[in-house]
Design a binder for this molecule. Structure first.
Ligand code: AMP
Length: 542
């Protein structure tokens, strides 16, 4: 009959063209919001408030200034700045110049920053003068240092030669060109992982993933044009888990925050009507402790997305009391931040707090742009059954996975082996298909053939009223092979009786999980605040 179209009828004459296909890029969010909401407040900072029209204009001027400085496709632009409007502008302006943004971790030392600037081959470095001392250290060791552009705010005038951010933007005039990537697979940002050992790895993000991460994170966190987002989460961490783009996508308001100070956070939340914020449990914990001490509570509820570590049930409980609605997220730098989230089920609302907290402490189910997640039992070479018991590694695949590690094909191939991204996190799959992390691959304690989750022991230790921070690692033992050892930082000003703590563990843990040794004192941390368990293990071995 109609042979002309035959089996290819859904292909023939149905090609991609400029009208029906465009590279996905978060740059389109800015253009849309500036058209839809030109007069709406896009960014609130200490020195300026920007409506969407002005925000767009400044991003374009940044792109033009970069182009005038010789920056183009394939180049890297590094930025070391607090969570201010300049770093937000860089999330658009750098990509508009066709270049790749490398937002630097402000807690790093000069040597690490020097390594990153060199490895990422930054052509331009935009830095806030608050960090000038460490920048001088970083630049000292470089053979081809980047051109510098100084942001002069709380840190005062720059002493290094180079451009000054505001004057530099002014030299760019008022360009109206719009440049988008030819290919959605083009790199948009470069983010170095903190790593507890060795040199950091440069994780490369693509425009497509950035677009999809922003869309799915906005959906996951129920955001819209009324969203007022407070920047408690560093923008340098996975580009602020994609919220640098997501807030703009929904036409919400970015409220900047140059310093994570609990009193300032609370006041800004109240003054600006903040609806959403994110951070690690340690940030929320600090905020809650401060609010509690001052007898404060939120005058209207706000949503807090927690990630980076599992929230102890005590934090979830207190947060709810003081007016926070908690969303628990899990992800890695390699997954553009949030890869799974603990989606609440309708019947959870009626659960007693302890049971609810136990459900919410799980890492949950896949985020929208992640295609699949599974728990893989490498030993038995099979997908772990959804029994809540069989331990395996979390593997992920989908559209918000990195391109790979910059200039590091072996490590990239290793991370993506078997067609999955291997996270190194050990978890179980519950019968309701919620994932729960039990440990990092190297953190399991195997005692007499039984696996002990250090997280489970830590969860109990954190519930003790005199414990501020706890970390549990394996200690060699003649009889059992390994036994748990607890390192505890007690709450300031309170005596902690070790026998009392062990008695407390006995009430809540199986006998073999009770720490056999307790060491009191401050805990060593990485620059991003993660407890360095490898240092604790070395202490025990040494
Ligand atoms: P990073 O790449 O620095 O963001 O670190 C990622 C690692 O943080 C993951 O591999 C996990 O070990 C840990 N992590 C992130 N989110 C969570 C969470 N919700 N619960 C437990 N661990 C987490």
């Amino acid at each position: 009959m109609n042979d002309k179209y035959n089996n290819d009828k859904y292909e023939n004459g149905l090609d991609r063209n400029a009208a029906n296909y465009a590279a996905l890029t978060p740059l389109s969010f800015l253009r849309r919001s500036a058209t839809v909401f030109p007069d709406k407040v896009a960014v609130i900072d200490d020195d300026m408030t920007l409506d969407y029209r002005t925000f767009l204009a400044r991003c374009r001027r940044l792109a033009a200034a970069l182009a005038q400085s010789g920056v183009g496709p394939g180049d890297t632009v590094a930025v070391l700045a607090p969570n201010g409007h300049e770093l937000l502008e860089a999330h658009y302006g750098v990509a508009l110049a066709g270049a790749v943004l490398n937002a630097l971790n402000s807690r790093l030392d000069g040597a690490s920053l020097g390594f990153i600037l060199d490895h990422g081959e930054a052509r331009v470095l935009i830095y806030d003068t608050e960090y000038e001392a460490v920048i001088k250290d970083a630049l000292a060791g470089l053979t081809t240092p980047p051109r510098t552009v100084a942001i002069e705010r709380d840190g005062g005038p720059a002493s290094l030669d180079g451009a000054r951010y505001e004057a530099w933007l002014d030299t760019a005039g008022d360009p109206d060109q719009w440049r988008t990537p030819a290919d959605e697979w083009d790199a948009i940002t470069l983010n170095y992982t903190s790593g507890t050992t060795g040199n950091p790895k440069g994780v490369v993000y693509h425009h497509r993933g950035a677009y999809l991460a922003a869309m799915s994170n906005a959906m996951a966190f129920e955001m819209n044009a009324d969203t007022v987002y407070l920047w408690t989460l560093p923008m340098f961490h996975c580009n602020g888990w994609g919220y640098t783009w997501a807030i703009t996508a929904v036409g919400g308001t970015h409220v900047c925050l140059r310093k994570v100070d609990p009193d300032l956070i609370y006041r800004r939340m109240e003054e600006r009507g903040v609806t959403h914020l994110c951070g690690a449990p340690v940030v929320l914990n600090m905020l809650l402790a401060d609010m509690d001490q001052r007898g404060r509570a939120l005058s209207r509820p706000a949503r807090f997305a927690l990630g980076g570590a599992a929230p102890p049930s005590s934090v979830i409980r207190k947060a709810r009391e003081l007016g926070f609605d908690i969303t628990h997220l899990y992800g890695l730098t390699e997954t553009f931040g949030p890869a799974t989230l603990c989606v609440p089920q309708p019947d959870w609302a009626a659960l007693p707090t302890e049971q609810l907290a136990a459900r919410m402490a799980r890492q949950g189910v896949i985020n929208f742009a992640v295609n699949d997640a599974r728990v893989y039992d490498h030993e038995r070479r099979r997908v772990a059954p959804a029994d809540g018991e069989t331990l395996g590694e979390i593997q992920l695949r989908g559209n918000t996975l990195m391109k790979g590690y910059l200039k590091n094909p072996e490590t990239t191939a290793e991370a993506f082996r078997d067609g999955w991204y291997n996270t190194g996190d050990l978890a179980v799959m519950h019968p309701d298909h919620y994932i729960e992390i039990k440990d990092r691959a190297k953190d399991v304690i195997i005692s007499g053939g039984e696996n002990i989750s250090s997280l489970e022991v830590e969860e109990v230790l954190y519930r003790h009223p005199r414990v501020s921070e706890a970390a549990v690692v394996a200690m060699a033992d003649d009889k059992w092979g390994e036994v748990p050892c607890a390192f505890i930082d007690p709450r300031p000003g309170l005596e902690l009786d070790v026998d009392d703590l062990i008695g407390f563990c006995r009430q809540h843990l199986a006998g073999f999980k009770i720490p056999k040794k307790v060491v009191l004192g401050a805990l060593p941390k990485t620059v991003t605040g993660k407890i360095r368990k490898n240092v604790l293990r070395d202490r025990l071995a040494g």
